[in-house]
Design a protein around this ligand. Structure first.
Ligand SMILES: C[S@@+](CC[C@H](N)C(=O)[O-])C[C@H]1O[C@@H](n2cnc3c(N)ncnc32)[C@H](O)[C@@H]1O
Ligand SMILES: Nc1nc2[nH]cc(C(=O)O)c2c(=O)[nH]1
Ligand code: SF4
Ligand SMILES: [Mg+2]
Length: 192
């Protein structure tokens, strides 16, 4: 499997915010979002399931986050079952275009396209960019069954613009109380 990075931090986003988590970041994506905050041009390590298990064994948390890039392009049910055998709870961050193995414990879907491969996930997490089309896009995903519906303000890299987007996102959520705020808390905390 092609791996960009493996690191230990706190889950910064969504339902599990604050949970100490081992992040496994897979290389490669089938989309090319203009706002993507992942550096896709860093390491490209070829690691086996066993290599991954031995790297993550050094950390005490048993919460794993599979992310990327787009993890659904590489994650196998064999990897999930090996993680389960070691006692890990497996969360995946996905754009929802390609189905992940059924054994994943928690799917956080952050759709970028109206059509996704699921009619039910655990968590929807839409990036709030503030345009009218974004509002329609948000509404569309109220039809996908989920345990929680999060809006996460887009980090556009310009502080003043980020503050404006955050304020607008909060207004939207107050007017549409079925949505919850997800902030990228790791960025506020200055951790990975
Ligand atoms: C880098 S993506 C990798 C997983 C998957 N490809 C996806 O998009 O869900 C991880 C999470 O970061 C979010 N994200 C990426 N760039 C962002 C930005 N500039 N501001 C806020 N969230 C962002 C994505 O929407 C996704 O929820
Ligand atoms: N701390 C932290 N939490 C995260 N939650 C989702 C992330 C991601 O890039 O998928 C991420 C990340 O990059 N760092
Ligand atoms: S789908 Fe995810 S990883 Fe791919 S470009 Fe968009 S935000 Fe980045
Ligand atoms: Mg990130």
């Amino acid at each position: 499997m092609k791996i960009n990075e493996i690191f230990y931090s706190l889950q910064g986003e969504g339902y599990f915010s604050g949970t100490p988590s081992v992040f496994i970041r897979f290389c490669g994506c089938n989309l090319n979002c203009s706002f993507c905050d992942t550096d896709h041009n860093t390491a490209n390590m070829e690691l086996s399931d066993e290599d991954i298990l031995s790297v993550i064994a050094e950390w005490p948390s048993r919460h794993v986050v599979l992310t990327g890039g787009e993890p659904s392009l590489q994650v196998t049910s064999e990897l999930i079952s090996k993680l389960h055998d070691k006692g890990y709870y497996v969360q995946a961050e996905t754009n929802g275009t390609v189905r992940l193995p059924d054994a994943i414990d928690w799917i956080t879907c952050s759709p970028k396209t109206e059509k996704i491969a699921y009619d039910e996930v655990d968590e929807i997490k839409i990036i709030y960019t503030g345009t009218n089309t974004n509002h329609q896009f948000i509404r569309h995903f109220e039809t996908v069954k989920a345990k929680c519906y999060n809006l996460q303000p887009c980090d556009v890299g310009i502080q003043q613009k980020n503050v404006e987007l955050m304020a607008e996102c909060i207004d939207f959520i107050k007017a549409n109380p079925n949505w919850n705020l997800s902030i990228q808390s790791h960025k506020l905390l200055g951790i990975r």
